[in-house]
Ligand binder design. Structure first.
Ligand code: ADP
Ligand code: XUL
Length: 553
């Protein structure tokens, strides 16, 4: 490995793994290491990195497992040749919404970590007032969601203040549940961290501030004033502000690495730690999604991320503070993504993606007026379940509008109707959230289905924008290391702190994006008229099944 004088470290504590990467000065990967919770930390007996709780919809993690994973991942970096004395700045990301509850003893230990001992031996169970820490998969706080929304003056008010309605996985309702059901735990909690600021805390040796982007996933931050909202804090739990500390901009230096890392791993004591954030905001940084780009992740669920100059008041979906600009980030999650495509691949395409692609390619854009909605499980936006197929003859005025057809006349028509319906849906909701589609719009696709060019062609045509892919699938992890470099740049060189993150990072990564599909010249003619029809189909489906009040994913 060439000798590097200046390197950057990024971490990502996701649901299933803790990952670390060391990048060179010009942002090329030098060393990668990971720790898989189920396999490498089998003594914790997690499934998919988490534990199911006793209560329905309850999911938790023991924070000591994450501490042990940090010991291991750092050792693995070193074993793989990382020279940590060259790291000038580090940052990280983590699954959003989860929270960690510090005791005074934990904070004292954090302040004086002993380099001769593993972290997990020191930050043991006595460091935390709650050893079953709630994470984003937890859906057990519907009551607290309703109470918090009522207390601030209703759901619309909550959306206006915090950028999201109350979701059970969001941190505020989780804290309220602890306050209500375990008052002694709440009383013994001196500070509360998000998973991201928890990891950052270990590096700086004291409780790290919560960054504004991840802080927006709590139903507690006023996303306009960038301060904790008094109304939301009051709706959540008493004496909360002192437990949370002041939120900070994501791109701030929050300290230097503490002596533990200097003595045990050879970091320089000048190595800067910059704000850690949530995995979604960090992925926005890693994918270099500036304002004309729309990130479309086609993973297990489909996710869309965008930069917005103004927060929208869409009742579903999330508006967060942007991690690298003084703007906002829109985040939309759709439950019926790959899993539904998988169903059709099995049923109509011989369980083969090539066959699925051939069928998609063999059918015309617009599918001869055949359209479908497939919400096999209750969709997040709109909150509706069911399947509806319309032929060219159908409209909202038809007597069978909410019933539609039982099946189309060929598997190929089924498959095109599915994919076009999904993408029209994503486009309609992204527009509702405030994304402006224009001549310069580009789509960056990631996730498992971004390997499928025929699906990406439909994306290009429906969105009427070229589709790009990236070489990496580790956007959140890389985004952390990129932010470390950018934050050091804006804070140490005295440059204008509003310097453009994307321009700065892109100069090191000129070939970051690969253009894979262009929209057909007349795709707008095919798809623009389909959008209002798609919205009519949603209305028709909603009349069939009364809207259910289902939260989150
Ligand atoms: P995760 O969200 O768990 O990270 P992935 O991003 O790996 O998931 O996406 C998994 C999904 O990718 C699978 O459910 C499958 O539907 C989809 N997928 C994988 N390969 C293809 C392909 N060639 N064409 C379409 N979809 C694919
Ligand atoms: C986003 C969300 C998940 C987690 C875990 O709101 O809950 O994406 O961040 O990755």
């Amino acid at each position: 490995m060439p000798t590097e004088e200046e390197t950057y470290l990024g971490f990502d504590l996701s649901t299933q793994k803790l990952k670390a990467v060391q990048l060179s000065k010009d942002l090329q990967t030098l060393v990668y290491a990971e720790v898989k919770f189920d396999k490498d930390l089998y003594e914790f007996q997690t499934f998919g990195g988490v534990h199911a709780g006793d209560e329905t919809h309850e999911f938790y993690v023991r924070p000591i497992m994450w501490v042990k994973a940090l010991d291991m991942v750092l050792d693995r970096l070193v074993v793989q040749g990382a020279n940590l004395s060259t790291v000038v700045a580090l940052s990280g990301s983590a699954q959003q919404h989860g929270s960690v509850y510090w005791t005074q003893q934990g904070i004292d230990t954090l302040n004086q970590l002993d380099a001769d001992k593993f972290l997990h031996v020191q930050l043991n169970e006595s460091a935390f007032s709650l050893n079953r820490t709630p994470i984003w998969m937890d859906g057990s706080t519907e009551k607290q969601c309703a109470d918090m929304e009522d207390a601030v003056g209703g759901r619309e008010k909550m959306v206006e203040i915090s950028g999201s309605k109350c979701y059970p996985r969001f941190t505020g309702p989780q804290i309220r549940k602890i306050y209500e059901t375990k008052p002694d735990v709440y009383e013994n909690t001196v500070r509360i961290s998000l998973v991201s600021s928890f990891l950052a805390s270990i590096f700086i040796g004291h409780v790290a501030p919560i960054d504004m982007a991840d802080g927006s996933g709590m139903n507690l931050l006023d996303i306009r004033s960038k301060k904790w909202s008094e109304a939301c804090l009051n709706a959540c739990a008493p004496d909360l502000e002192r437990r949370l500390g002041e939120p900070v901009k994501t791109c701030s230096v929050i300290g230097n690495v503490c002596s533990f890392f200097v003595q045990r791993y050879g970091f320089k004591n000048t190595c800067k730690v910059t704000g850690f954030t949530g995995d979604n905001p960090s992925a926005l940084c890693g994918m270099l999604v500036h304002k004309e780009l729309l990130a479309v992740s086609l993973g297990t669920s489909d996710t869309i991320m965008m930069t917005l100059t103004q927060p929208s008041l869409l009742q579903e979906g999330h508006i967060l503070r942007h991690p690298v600009e003084d703007t906002f980030m829109g985040l939309l999650c759709f439950r019926n993504g790959s899993l539904v495509r998988d169903v059709f691949k099995r049923a109509d395409a011989n369980n083969n993606w090539d066959c699925f692609s051939e069928m998609l390619d063999s059918t015309p854009r617009g599918n001869g007026g055949n359209m479908a909605l497939h919400f096999h499980s209750v969709e997040i936006i709109p909150s509706v379940e069911g399947t509806l197929r319309w032929g060219p003859e159908h409209s909202l005025n038809c007597s069978d509008a909410s019933v539609g057809l039982a099946k189309f006349n060929s598997p190929a028509v089924e498959i095109r109707a599915l994919v076009e319906g999904q993408m029209l849906h994503r486009k309609a909701i992204a527009a509702d959230m405030g994304f402006t589609f224009g001549e310069n719009t580009k789509i960056v696709a990631t996730g498992g289905a971004s390997a499928n060019k025929s699906i990406l062609q439909v994306v290009a045509d429906v969105f009427n924008a070229p589709v790009y892919i990236q070489k990496t699938t580790e956007a959140a992890l890389l985004g952390s290391a990129y932010r470390a470099k950018f934050t050091l740049h804006i804070t140490s060189t005295g440059v204008n702190p509003s310097e453009d993150y994307y321009e700065y990072i892109a100069q090191f990564l000129p070939h970051n994006l690969h253009r894979v599909c262009d929209p057909a010249k007349d795709s707008e003619d095919d798809y623009l008229p389909m959008l209002p029809r798609f919205r009519d189909m949603v209305k028709a489906l909603q009349t069939r099944k009364k809207t259910m009040n289902v939260y989150g994913f």
